[in-house]
Design a binder for this molecule. Structure first.
Ligand SMILES: [Zn+2]
Ligand SMILES: [Zn+2]
Length: 458
């Protein structure tokens, strides 16, 4: 869900392959003379002393941050590390206390909506005409303030059970292994991520699979991804529950409603000046009003963040139980490779655009045979397979330095990997036979073409 408090964390996502020319590529580390990766397609860096672990252009982003921002980031990273150590040692047990405090704080949020709706109903039933008008107004306000339960998605990207029986079949087996309810709806998007949500009054689950991430994984890693997502039903993550989840979404929505709008009108003269003053006063009032949901959201977010991260670690452990520890670790490692999608997309777009034009028999200009949108996914897999172990190691160490996360709700990827490494390796409980994998690939074929077209157009 959108977090009105904080902008998304900085996501250092440079191209996986270095743009440097082969002649720029040093053979030895200029700092310690140790060997560097000889492959000129990737960043030259030194695993011994970490020279050029983060190339200068990326490091510049860090230099641009204020001391306050850096201190805040350092404190957050220390808190995250501490929680990791507690979870790894089996000592993190604040979940119940945090959930109780957060659930208690959610009560006034729901109470505001109930009170406004109740007052509206009372005025509509017992009031005279002006009071009934006020009641109707309050009813409209209560409608705006209502808890947001989310909606079952429809339209492009949503797969019905009859359209994708093999994919639903695999998802059902993963869910059954974890004791989670079967998924309500699966949809595919163009993101390099995946998520599970529970929406609507009937609390239907919606599994969102980002196709670029799905295509970057092998069959075992896809099961690990499904395992992590279905584990969200059984890992005790109450942030997604009806009471707390809808209160947090309502607060985010209240903040959006009250947030001052940007001034768009211009002009000269007395009328424009009066309008300017009116805008400033109105915005100052809205700013003050929006502080309340903003602060309340921050508080709930802070209270649930710790328990939420514990739940994410738990989901990783459950994912490993379904797909094997090895597959779960490989899946997490792939989360660091999201920038490859941009690299391959840009390269293929340039190839398609530079394709020579030829004249057809009817005299119309058309592109000569060559690469097209359907090449995106094979090229992505080829590119990922070609990333050498040393570059993967660099990305992992870089993620440690930047605290890379897939999104604001997940712990840093390197800590998720480290936690799985601390447990004895588990074998796979669910596997995907080649015939089933081929059927899933066929079911997703139209979406592969559609999403490749969207990404290449962007
Ligand atoms: Zn070195
Ligand atoms: Zn998760």
């Amino acid at each position: 869900m959108p977090n009105p408090a904080a902008p998304p964390p900085p996501s250092p996502a440079p191209p996986t392959a270095s743009p440097s020319a082969p002649s720029d590529h040093p053979r030895a580390c200029p700092a310690c003379a140790g060997p560097v990766d000889p492959d000129p397609r990737f960043t030259a860096w030194c695993p011994a002393c970490e020279w050029n672990l983060v190339p200068a252009e990326e490091a510049a982003e860090d230099c641009a941050k204020s001391a306050k921002e850096l201190a805040r980031e350092r404190a957050a990273a220390e808190r995250t590390e501490r929680l990791f150590e507690e979870v790894a040692a089996g000592r993190a047990d604040t979940t119940r206390r945090d959930w109780l405090a957060a659930s208690a704080l959610a009560a006034p949020v729901h109470a505001v909506t109930v009170a406004v709706a109740g007052a509206a109903g009372w005025l509509l039933v017992t009031g005279n005409t002006p009071l009934r008008c006020l009641g109707a107004l309050l009813l409209a306000v209560a409608f705006l303030l209502r808890p947001r339960l989310g909606r079952v998605p429809s339209g492009t990207g949503v797969l019905g059970r009859s359209e994708a029986p093999a994919l639903y079949g695999l998802a059902d087996r993963v869910a059954a292994e974890l004791g989670a309810p079967p998924v309500g709806v699966i949809r595919v998007t163009e993101d390099f991520n995946a998520s599970m949500a529970v929406v609507g009054l009937r609390r239907r689950s919606v599994l969102t699979l980002g196709l670029p991430l799905w295509e970057a994984l092998d069959d075992r890693q896809r099961i690990a991804l499904l395992g992590h997502e279905f584990a969200h039903h059984v890992n005790g993550d109450n942030r997604r529950g009806l009471w707390l989840g809808s209160a947090m979404r309502a607060l985010a929505h209240w903040y959006d409603l009250a947030r001052p709008a940007e001034r768009t009108r211009g002009g000269y003269g007395a009328v424009a000046l009066l309008s300017l003053i009116g805008d400033y006063l109105g915005n100052a009032f809205l700013y003050l009003v929006s502080r309340l949901p903003y602060r309340a959201y921050l508080l709930l977010d802070r209270l649930t963040a710790r328990a939420g991260q514990q739940a994410e670690y738990r989901a990783d452990e459950l994912g490993a139980r379904v797909a094997s520890t090895e597959a779960a670790r490989a899946m997490l490692g792939s989360l660091l490779l999201g920038s490859a999608v941009g690299t391959v997309t840009m390269r293929l777009r340039a190839e398609i655009q530079s394709r020579p034009q030829s004249r057809s028999r009817s005299g119309q200009r058309e592109a000569a045979p060559g690469p097209d949108v359907t090449d995106l996914w094979p090229q992505l897999r080829e590119h990922l397979a070609a990333i050498p172990p040393l570059e993967r190691e660099r990305l992992l160490r870089r993620s440690r330095r930047y605290g890379h996360t897939v999104d604001a709700s997940h712990p840093p990827t390197h800590l998720r990997l480290a936690l799985l490494a601390r447990h004895a390796p588990l074998p796979a409980a669910v596997t995907c036979p080649p015939a089933e994998a081929a059927a899933i690939t066929a079911e997703l074929a139209p979406h592969r073409t559609r999403i490749a077209r969207t990404l290449l157009a962007g």
